[in-house]
Design a protein around this ligand. Structure first.
Ligand code: XIL
Length: 384
């Protein structure tokens, strides 16, 4: 439907960038718009992130596609998108978004993202097939025996994965198959037992089903387990235990998605390195799948801070993180930022670890500012 999965060749990418920069400069000269519109292009080291990191790993970004009525193609300009060579739908491929009611699939937003990516030689990550959040209640039986509830949920999971993974089998190269299935606390179950999937199944076997069904729907796709706080040693250990107890590698698990919703202080570079090494030593690929930096350090303070007060700390934080990631380029296959610019970040509604869209506290977690201009952190990442 969308053509084969694309991978740009480095020379093509450099050539494309050169043409883009020249055209952009000509366009600006003609349009008379202020030079700062092209700061990323006119900067002496003006290659986009994707080009600079070509010998390290692809640089991806989560993008809006359909949220709040905003279409993907109308929301981002070419200069911004040229920074990245991979995209992931921030919400458009989530169960409750792409199949809000049984059998009613909303393909248009995901299709527009995939079509753009294929047309521009970019890759697309699939996010997410099985998750406790943004998943519609109709996928679960409201009553019945445990066996009946399990079989109902299993049937809906199979149908969903078969439809969604099957549709994009020729255009998505990987999927976050299961998201956030592990408990945040030690001493109890390894698993997030309050997940409707765990509740319907009565155990964690929904996880192996999800990987089996995704592998069957697209045998070529790379399959990931994705989670947050993976650098927390206790949670990391529980994830390792899940992978071993469920024998997930024999159910198609290819790698671990470290979400990387980090902050100015946590995790340390040493903890990041230990986490990468842990999963690499298990023969698993590692991806950074949702990188952003909470400038409030996960605090519950409601008073907003000015960006100027954290700009230096954020710049240094991005510098040290990407230095570590570059040092691990042989263990990391992609780094994806959870957003493009500070004008749209979920962290504006994440206060003290609680996500509430009715609460807004301006955050500054990404490489481009609210006007989509590159921040000092962008140059710290690119001009290494
Ligand atoms: C977030 C999106 O950014 C928000 O727009 C949405 O309202 C809630 O979900 N971990 C994940 C992502 O795997 O899917 C979440 O994305 C952020 C946490």
């Amino acid at each position: 439907m969308f053509g084969r999965r694309q991978r740009e060749t480095p020379m093509l990418r450099v050539f494309e960038f050169g043409v883009t920069a020249v055209l952009a400069i000509i366009a600006t000269a003609c349009s008379g718009s202020p030079k700062e519109d092209l700061s990323a292009s006119l900067d002496p080291n003006s290659a986009p992130l994707a080009v600079v990191y070509d010998s390290y790993f692809p640089i991806g970004a989560a993008v809006m596609a359909g949220e709040y009525g905003v279409s993907f193609t109308s929301n981002y300009d070419e200069t911004t998108l040229s920074q990245f060579n991979s995209f992931v739908g921030e919400n458009c491929m989530k169960p409750g978004v792409i199949q809000p009611t049984k059998g009613n699939f909303v393909w248009s937003h995901a299709d527009s993202l995939v079509a753009y990516a294929v047309d521009h030689g970019k890759t697309v990550r699939g996010h997410v097939l099985v998750w406790h959040s943004q998943t519609p209640n109709w996928m679960f039986a409201s009553s019945g025996t445990q066996i009946e509830r399990k079989e109902h949920a299993r049937g809906e999971m199979l149908a969903h994965i078969d439809a969604v993974v099957g549709r994009y089998a020729d255009s998505l190269y990987c999927w976050d198959v299961v998201n956030e299935a592990i408990s945040d606390s030690s001493g109890g179950s390894v698993y997030r037992t309050e997940s409707p999937w765990f509740s319907a199944y009565g155990d964690a076997s929904y996880i192996t089903d999800a990987f089996d069904y995704a592998r069957a729907a697209d045998p070529d796709a790379l399959l990931y387990y994705n989670d947050y706080s993976v650098c927390d040693s206790g949670k990391r250990s529980r994830i390792v235990q899940m992978i071993n107890d469920l024998d997930l590698k024999n159910h198609g698990l290819h790698g671990i998605g470290i979400q990387a919703h980090w902050n100015l202080q946590w995790p340390s570079v040493a903890e990041i390195q230990a986490t990468i090494d842990t999963f690499h030593s298990m023969g698993l690929d590692v991806q950074i799948t949702e990188l952003d930096i909470d400038c409030y350090n996960n605090s519950s303070q409601t008073t907003e801070i000015p960006y100027a007060s954290v700009e230096s700390a954020l710049t240094e934080r991005y510098r040290e993180i990407f230095e570590c990631l570059r040092d691990n380029k042989d263990k990391i296959s992609q780094v994806t930022l959870w957003g493009v610019a500070d004008d749209h970040t979920w962290l504006d509604h994440m206060v003290g670890g609680v996500y509430d869209q009715d609460i807004t506290r301006k955050n500054y977690p990404l490489l481009f500012d609210a006007d989509r201009k590159p921040k000092k952190a962008f140059f710290a990442v690119r001009n290494f």
